[in-house]
Design a protein around this ligand. Structure first.
Ligand code: 13P
Ligand code: 13P
Ligand code: MG
Ligand code: MG
Ligand code: MG
Ligand code: MG
Length: 375
């Protein structure tokens, strides 16, 4: 069995929240090389999207492994050190705890991990997003694994016909449920259509009895109890031979659908699929970006990456994202650009509620006419 882990954190932005400084990337790569040479990792690749560093690693320790998580934690400490030396923005932003204890749960960094028996040829795609939250994967996962208008294999591949089981988390109440699809599609949509709370954690093939996809499902603000940046989630999707083909996995991103995030984590904006070179959200800290790094796994080695959105076929989605961004921006501080009050990551409402409490008076008829010049 091999485990593919993506562990990611924002340990400082260059400039503001737009990118990771090259010196931090170099440091993470040095650590990764050490991890491979020491025999801890089979292979590893360091990538970034916006201001988040992703450690893409293969190993044999399974998910939630102390050794792997502490390796990632130490690496993020090292990149934070550089961010501090250079005075980068929000150095150590996602490291919410001072000391590592066992695994990264509740500590700030996000992670998606999948353990499986490697197939003779095993194509996987690592998706990395910036300026959005884990529920951003709900719509594309639904399309990949449940929508026959997206995924032809659901109709014409015998190994996909039986469908997939979706594991959905309720992030507010820390519960989970499994939906058997297609039978329970409508039930599932009622939940996953509310992605701030309900998030697809994994997807499993009923025919192959194998997990096909896994996402990072942490909600930083729920962990920290206050805004400390968006989660900027990652996702692993395995492809082909009874799972959606690479092209079926990428197809949902031809639509620049709306997600929560962008400026101050408090706005709806379109998700823009981009090449690694364009994964630097600077306009209004957006539009939120997603990159897709394709690998062929071979004896646990990561053959790749291929920068899968570096394809003119996604130009139209990028144009659509720019158009939608203009449309949303013109709403300024109004919904639906600004998130509803309960989902705002930043708010002055608590202070205003106190300060203006005495100035709010009942809306009686008498008061409604007060101020007009009737005597
Ligand atoms: P596989 O059954 O080999 O995955 O073929 C699907 C495919 O690649 C067509 O796009
Ligand atoms: P990050 O989570 O990417 O640091 O974004 C923080 C933010 O508030 C951007 O406006
Ligand atoms: Mg940041
Ligand atoms: Mg970020
Ligand atoms: Mg963040
Ligand atoms: Mg084939």
């Amino acid at each position: 069995m091999v485990t593919l882990s993506i562990i990611k954190a924002d340990t400082g932005g260059f400039v503001g929240h737009t990118a990771v400084h090259p010196d931090m990337m170099a440091e993470a790569r040095r650590e990764m090389t050490r991890g491979i040479e020491s025999g801890l990792l089979i292979d590893g690749h360091v990538a970034s999207c916006g201001d988040d560093v992703s450690l893409i690693m293969t190993h044999t320790y399974g998910p939630d492994a102390d050794l792997i998580h502490s390796f990632a934690w130490d690496t993020f400490q090292a990149t934070t050190h550089i961010a501090k030396e250079l005075g980068l923005y929000g150095a150590g932003q996602d490291l919410l705890s001072d000391a590592f204890s066992g695994n990264l749960r509740g500590m700030g960094p996000g992670y998606a991990e999948l353990e499986f028996e490697e197939r003779p040829s095993d194509p996987v795609i690592c998706f990395l997003a910036d300026k959005t939250e884990p529920g951003a994967w709900n719509l594309p996962l639904y399309k990949m694994f449940a929508d026959p208008f997206n995924t032809a294999g659901l109709v014409i591949d015998q190994k996909m016909h039986a469908g997939f089981t979706f594991e959905v988390y309720d992030l507010y109440e820390e519960k989970r449920i499994f939906f058997d699809c297609p039978a329970e599609l409508y039930e599932m949509l009622m939940y996953i259509g509310a992605p701030a709370r309900y998030v697809i954690h994994s997807v499993r093939s009923k025919t192959l009895d194998e997990t096909a996809a896994a996402t990072s499902t942490q909600r930083l603000s729920l962990i920290a109890g206050k805004y400390v940046g968006k989660d900027d989630p990652v996702m692993i999707v395995r492809c082909q031979s009874g799972l959606p083909a690479v092209g079926e996995v990428l197809e949902p991103f031809t639509f620049a659908y709306g997600v929560a995030g962008c400026m101050r984590g408090s706005h709806h904006a379109p998700l823009m699929p981009v090449s690694s070179g364009d994964a630097h959200p600077s306009r209004f800290d957006g539009p939120p970006r997603v990159v897709a790094l394709g690998f062929q796994l071979h004896d646990g080695k990561l053959i790749g990456p291929r920068d899968l959105f570096a394809d003119p076929a996604f130009d139209r989605a990028r144009e659509q994202a720019n158009e939608a961004m203009d449309y949303f921006r013109r709403h300024g501080p109004f919904e639906p650009h600004r998130l509803p009050l309960e989902d705002l990551e930043y708010t002055t409402m608590t202070i205003l509620t106190k300060r203006l409490a005495s100035r709010w008076t009942p809306m009686t008829t008498e008061l409604a006419t007060a101020g007009t010049s009737r005597s």
